[in-house]
Design a protein around this ligand. Structure first.
Ligand code: SF4
Length: 365
C-alpha cells in the first residue's frame, strides 16, 4: 500500500497538536480520505448523564466515520474539531494510534472500578480505517486480560476478524455484540449508508457470532420515516433479523439533531424532494419524531419480533463459563453486570479521563 505522509503542517498542528501526523493512502478503499494520527491523552471517557444509560464508560479509538451514513448523529462532534459535519466527517478521520496502550494503562490504574465499557456508541470502531490501523485487537486484548466487561455496537463486518478475541474475552467476562441494521432495501442502503457493508452482510455477521456461541442483538436503527417504515418493510426487516439468529431487536426511529439534520435534509431534498414537507411536519423544529410515531414503530416491531420468535430486547450481556478461565484482571463484583444501573465509582480513576469535546457524545449508530 502506498501512502503519503502529508506532514505536520500548521493547520494539522493547530487542530490535533504538534505530535499529529496526517496521511492519505492511495488505495481504492481509502481514496479521498485523510487520516490524522494523534496520540490521545486518555481513552476512557465518562458518559455525561450516564444514569439514563446502561453504561457509564466508553472507548472511542476514532473520530469521524467513513461509513458516511447521511443521518449519523455523531456528525456534530466534528464541529468541535473545527471540521464540517458533512463531507469532513466522512473523510477526515482522527485515529488515536495509542488507544490500546493507553487503555491497558488506564484499566490497570488502582482506582479503576472494572465497570462496563461500551464501544461503537459514538462512531463505528470497525469502520474501514480499522482494517489499516488495527487498534481493536489491542483494545480487546487489554479488556480480556483485565476481565473487564464490554459491549460493541457496529455496522462493520470487520469485527469478524476479531471473533476469536471476543470469544476469549467472553470466557472471562460479560461481552455483548450488537449489529445496527435499520432496513433491507438495497437502493436506500447505497444512498443513505454508502460506506457501510450491506444490511445482508451485517446480518451474516450476526449469524456468525451466534453460531460461534456469542449471541448478538440487532439495533434496528434508524427506521426512516416514509422510506423504511411501512408495515411490510418493518416485517421483512424483522423477519431477516430473526432469521439471522439475533437474540433481540431494538427499534430506533431516526433522530435529526443539529449537525445531522442539515446533512440529512439536503440529501432528502436531492433524492426524495416530495418528502421534505412531510419531514418538516413530522419533526417540526425539533430533533425527534413525535412520541405517537415512535410508539407505533416500536409496537409494530415488537409484534413482528414476537411473530418470528425473536426475544425481547435485553440490556444484559452474557458471560461464557462464568468463573472459569478468569484472566488476571479483577474479579467480577456484584452489581457490575452489564446493563444494570450502577452507582458512580466511589472515587474517580487515577487516570481520570479528560475527554475532548464530542468524544463522549452517544450516537447509538
Ligand atoms: S451511523 Fe455509525 S456507521 Fe454510520 S457514519 Fe455514523 S458512526 Fe459511522
Amino acid at each position: 500500500m502506498r501512502w503519503d505522509q502529508l506532514g505536520r503542517d500548521d493547520a494539522t498542528a493547530a487542530l490535533f497538536g504538534t505530535d499529529a501526523v496526517t496521511r492519505r493512502f492511495d488505495t481504492p478503499e481509502f481514496r479521498g480520505i485523510t487520516f490524522h494520527e494523534v496520540r490521545a491523552r486518555s481513552i476512557l471517557n465518562r458518559v455525561p448523564g450516564a444514569s439514563r444509560m446502561p453504561f457509564e464508560w466508553t472507548v472511542n479509538p476514532y473520530r469521524g466515520c467513513s461509513h458516511a451514513c447521511v443521518y449519523c448523529f455523531a456528525r456534530k462532534t466534528h464541529s468541535y474539531l473545527d471540521l464540517d459535519t458533512g463531507h469532513d466527517f466522512d473523510t477526515q478521520i482522527v485515529v488515536k494510534t495509542n488507544a490500546a496502550e493507553l487503555l491497558r494503562r488506564e484499566l490497570a490504574a488502582p482506582r479503576w472500578q472494572g465497570e462496563h465499557i461500551a464501544m461503537g456508541t459514538n462512531v463505528d470502531c470497525y469502520q474501514r480505517a480499522e482494517g489499516r490501523y488495527q487498534l481493536m485487537p489491542g483494545i480487546l486484548a487489554a479488556l480480556r486480560d483485565r476481565a473487564n466487561p464490554f459491549s460493541i455496537l457496529t455496522k462493520g463486518s470487520l469485527i469478524l476478524r476479531d471473533l476469536e478475541l471476543v470469544r476469549q474475552a467472553a470466557r472471562v467476562t460479560e461481552v455483548s455484540v450488537a449489529l445496527s441494521v435499520g432496513f433491507l432495501d438495497g437502493e436506500l442502503w447505497r444512498s443513505v449508508e454508502p460506506g457501510t457493508p450491506s444490511p445482508q452482510t451485517r446480518l451474516a455477521v450476526c449469524r456468525t457470532f451466534s453460531e460461534n456461541g456469542i449471541p448478538s442483538s440487532v439495533l434496528m436503527a434508524p427506521v426512516l420515516p416514509f422510506l423504511s417504515d411501512s408495515p411490510e418493510q418493518l416485517r421483512e426487516t424483522v423477519r431477516a433479523i430473526a432469521a439471522a439468529g439475533a437474540g433481540s431487536i431494538t427499534p430506533l426511529v431516526l433522530h435529526l439533531r443539529p449537525g445531522a439534520r442539515e446533512w440529512y435534509m439536503a440529501w432528502l431534498a436531492r433524492n426524495h424532494p416530495h418528502l421534505v414537507r412531510r419531514y418538516e411536519a413530522l419533526y417540526g423544529a425539533g430533533s425527534y419524531a413525535p412520541t405517537w410515531y415512535q410508539r407505533r414503530i416500536t409496537r409494530q416491531v415488537h409484534e413482528f419480533a414476537a411473530e418470528f420468535g425473536c426475544g425481547p430486547a435485553r440490556r444484559s450481556g452474557f458471560r461464557q463459563d462464568p468463573g472459569k478461565d478468569r484472566g488476571p484482571g479483577r474479579a467480577q463484583e456484584p452489581g457490575q453486570e452489564q446493563g444494570r444501573e450502577r452507582q458512580p465509582p466511589a472515587a474517580a480513576p487515577a487516570s481520570r479521563p479528560t475527554a475532548e469535546p464530542g468524544d463522549t457524545q452517544l450516537t447509538l449508530l
